[in-house]
Design a protein around this ligand. Structure first.
Ligand code: HMG
Ligand code: MG
Length: 311
């Protein structure tokens, strides 16, 4: 196929985007083991947790313990989400090596997520980005609802581009474009990234698809053909809320890596080790993995033979 990159950096967001929605408490040790297994599988960026208000996201209230408890692998970065200066202070106290700030292309979603309109959130985030950069921490910026909002419907491309530009002006090294509700389809996704890249450049962009309507892989392929080389994903398809109809996790990292390797695109990820990480966390959560690959008997048996004692 034409126009595909030779290499893609997969940004693993399962420990954060995936686990933030779990209805039952997840042990800190399970989170740490997951993050360590993902790094051991070859992922170079593993978003570890969030230093947001525990009133808003109780599931990640142990962010400090998670980040402090990790055995960090060389060459791997463990970004964390921060919503405000308080979050940045907490992230620094826990030894964060990089941070991500987040806003949206829709005011209603932004208010529901952070109690601030988009412009209020950008005002709140500007000092966070500059303090993080002054402390030597790279800053990623997320934009939610880039292909549609659950409350406002269609989102104008100009709005997405304007917010991306604001985040770049604040010093974000990368902008992750979030299809929060998995509403996009391939042509719309490609048009959107090309539009934003007209202002930011393609090299600064990442894509972040939730798989609500099963469109993620098709959308990612269309974005790769447009020049995208950074893709977010969640191991075992973690994410979504079992109590909110239709909410869904990100594209499963296993399925993404399978597609990329099939296209001869390098990721540096050991697919078998990744599937095992997905099995292990799914076992800990008491359910089957939500990746297509992780449900295949051939991967189940591969896992069993690896897990068997050697003697
Ligand atoms: P607020 O209620 O307007 O702010 O929340 P506040 O300053 O009044 O704080 C409320 C309480 O939280 C206070 O505690 C603060 O001290 C405390 P109280 O006095 O009531 O006991 N607080 C904090 N505690 C610890 N760490 C902090 C912190 N900040 C305040 N950093 C706020 C505003 C932004 C804080 C809140 O709305 C919030 O934390 N929102 C986060 C929501 C969130 O994490 N959403 C999920 C991540 S975004 C996402 O998933 C989308 C993405 O994946 C891309 C995509 O898919 O589209 C990235
Ligand atoms: Mg997300």
């Amino acid at each position: 196929m034409n126009g595909l990159p030779r290499e893609v950096r997969v940004v693993e967001v399962g420990p954060r985007d995936g686990l933030q929605n779990e209805p039952d408490p997840v042990a800190t040790t399970v989170k740490i083991e997951l993050i360590e297994a993902l790094a051991a599988a070859g992922l170079k960026t593993v978003e570890a947790t969030s230093f947001v208000s525990p009133r808003w996201i109780p599931q990640l209230a142990d962010a400090h313990e998670v980040l402090r408890g990790l055995r960090r692998a060389e060459g791997v970065s463990y970004p964390v989400l921060v919503p405000n200066l308080r979050g940045l202070e907490r992230a620094r106290a826990a030894g964060a090596d990089s941070v991500a700030i987040f806003t949206a292309a829709s005011d209603t979603f932004s208010r529901k997520n952070t109690n601030a309109t988009v412009s209020e959130s950008l005002e709140r985030l500007a000092p966070v980005a500059s303090a993080a950069r002054a402390a030597g921490l790279p800053v990623r910026g997320y934009i939610s609802c880039v292909l549609g909002c659950p409350y406002e419907g269609d989102v104008p491309l100009q709005r997405v581009t304007a917010v991306a530009n604001d985040l770049i002006q604040m010093g974000c090294h990368e902008i992750s474009l979030g299809d929060t509700i998995g509403i996009g389809t391939p042509a719309a996704a490609r048009t959107m990234v090309e539009h934003v890249a007209g202002v930011t450049g393609m090299a600064r962009l990442a894509v972040h698809f939730h798989d609500t309507r099963g469109q993620s892989l098709a959308n990612i392929l269309a974005c790769l053909q447009a020049g995208i080389t950074v893709v977010d994903a969640s191991v075992a398809g973690l994410g979504g809320c079992p109590y909110a109809a239709g909410a869904s996790g990100n594209v499963a990292t296993e399925d993404l890596v399978y597609m990329l390797h099939g296209l001869d695109i390098e990721t540096g990820v050991d697919l078998t080790a990744l599937v095992r990480a997905g099995h292990a966390v799914s076992r800990a959560l008491g359910r089957a993995p939500n990746s297509r690959l992780g449900r295949l008997p051939e991967y189940e048996s591969r896992q069993t033979s690896i897990d068997e004692p050697k003697d």
